[in-house]
Design a protein. Structure first.
Length: 475
């Protein structure tokens, strides 16, 4: 759960009265405040070599170092974020701006560069949960591929027969066979559970009436899987079972959860659905979680809440134990991602939601009294499709349909780079001297204009210049 006190003064006062742990809560508050103060990074971004709109991205959670990105042109890229951090500390500020040159990808595969590559748009990427030596991809060509990170080559593939929109593996580190089980959502209503060792489907989860667009595993219960479908429903599954009996719950936006123990408090229709055959009722019930296609589901890190989104333009928060809908509705710009899981990210009670087709990322607080965003991150030219948070650093990477990968941080890299190893500021550093000279030559009018002018990243400015030139050529 997010921290109860969201200010440093509140933590110090709570620690004084013994209501806060002296070592745990203060770092949480600092991370909370830094996540709330994210802005476009001045330490250099990530250079995208994709030729089409980006569709997905993922950062591994073992080291928090490597980033995978996939695009609609079936290309893949691998980035080393620690190498970018090193560049931001050692490279000088660029000549007329505050942004350094973007970091190049470690590896990149364009469409057709390998015979075993995907032929169509990459819809989902995910690192292998317990090892950065492998990762998974699925695409609309109907194949799920397992890749070797060192060689950046696919080592096996699983045919799903239809368009594959999302593939997920559980991140819980156990000795069970779940590390070999892969859940795949396609344009068919069944969810496929596959074994990556045998490269075959082990069983199906039945209950949806349309294609499955979103999947996420519970971080605390290794056999619980959440799914969102184009039939406007959100369901929880027990993957140890198969067929319709695997459905544990179907979220109902008109009820507080279908619990047989409290069926007497529900309406007669809901009570009849509960007291009927449980598994069949839960799988075939016509309840809806959204008034539109569901294209995003995400568990909180402690498994206490489930966040869902759909084409109705709302973000809803559920209790996965009881199916109860929390009264907080987050009014957002709807993400019109037609197929595939919307790349939401959540940490410390803050939800980062990519808006598509609007070029923005909305930041919501799950502990706020209203559903308005606390921050809006703007910098992309076209719609944002995915957000990826680094697990150990307050840093966010967003992917857009404009083909850009933007990095957002708390702007502490420049302050670290201007300090000597002993901790004092190095005024002789060229970047610091240039910045001080620019600061002295500014006028009051220019400073006032700079305060109200929106920040435009240099890579976005270059993109807009190229688009303007192309428009003038065609005109």
């Amino acid at each position: 759960m997010p921290p109860q006190f969201t200010s440093i003064c509140g933590h110090l006062r709570a620690r004084e009265f013994g209501a806060a742990h002296p070592h745990r809560l203060l770092p949480r508050t600092l991370r909370w405040n830094r996540l709330q103060s994210l802005s476009h990074s001045t330490g250099g971004g990530l250079r995208s070599r994709h030729r089409g709109p980006l569709t997905c991205s993922h950062i591994e959670r073992i080291e928090g170092r490597y980033l995978l990105s996939g695009a609609a042109d079936a290309s893949l890229s691998l980035y080393d974020l620690e190498a970018r951090d090193y560049r931001s500390l050692t490279q000088q500020v660029g000549e007329g701006g505050t942004s350094r040159s973007p970091a190049e990808p470690l590896m990149h595969l364009a469409r057709g560069s390998l015979p075993a590559m995907h032929k169509y748009s990459v819809s989902s990427v995910q690192w292998y949960p317990v090892d950065t030596g492998a990762f998974l991809t699925c695409a609309t060509d109907g194949f799920v591929k397992v890749w070797n990170t060192e060689t950046f080559r696919p080592v096996s593939q699983i045919s799903c027969g239809k368009h594959a929109y999302v593939c997920r593996m559980s991140s819980i580190r156990t000795t069970s066979t779940l590390h070999h089980s892969l859940a795949v959502g396609t344009d068919m209503p069944q969810i496929r559970l596959c074994d990556i060792r045998t490269r075959r489907a082990t069983h199906l989860l039945e209950g949806h009436r349309d294609g499955v667009w979103a999947l996420d595993w519970s971080p605390t219960r290794e056999f619980v899987l959440a799914s969102g479908s184009a039939d406007c429903s959100v369901r929880l599954w027990d993957v140890r079972k198969s067929g319709r009996s695997a459905c544990l719950m179907s979220m109902d936006m008109h009820q507080d959860g279908l619990d047989p123990a409290n069926a007497g408090d529900l309406s007669s229709a809901a009570a009849q659905r509960v007291h009927a055959t449980p598994h069949t009722t839960r799988a075939e019930s016509q309840v809806h979680a959204h008034d539109g296609h569901v294209n995003g589901v995400l568990f909180a890190s402690d498994g206490s809440t489930l966040v869902t989104t759909g084409h109705d333009g709302r973000v809803k928060i559920w209790d996965p134990d009881s199916g109860r809908l929390f009264p907080l509705y987050l009014e957002n710009g709807p993400n019109r991602t037609t197929h595939g899981n919307v790349g939401m990210a959540m940490s410390r009670g803050l939800l980062f939601f990519p808006v598509n087709p609007q070029p923005a990322v909305q930041v919501f607080s799950l502990v706020a009294d209203n559903g308005d965003p606390v921050r809006v991150l703007e910098g992309h030219v076209e719609g944002v499709v995915s957000c990826a948070l680094r697990p150990f650093v307050p840093e966010l990477v967003t992917s857009g349909r404009d083909g850009l990968l933007l990095v957002w941080d708390s702007n502490r890299a420049d302050r670290r780079s201007r300090k000597r190893p002993g901790g004092t500021r190095d005024s002789s550093h060229p970047s610091h001297a240039q910045a001080q000279q620019d600061l002295d030559t500014w006028s009051d009018d220019e400073a006032q204009h700079e305060q109200h002018a929106p920040f435009v990243p240099p890579i976005v400015h270059q993109y807009r210049v190229r688009q303007r030139r192309r428009h003038n050529q065609h005109a």
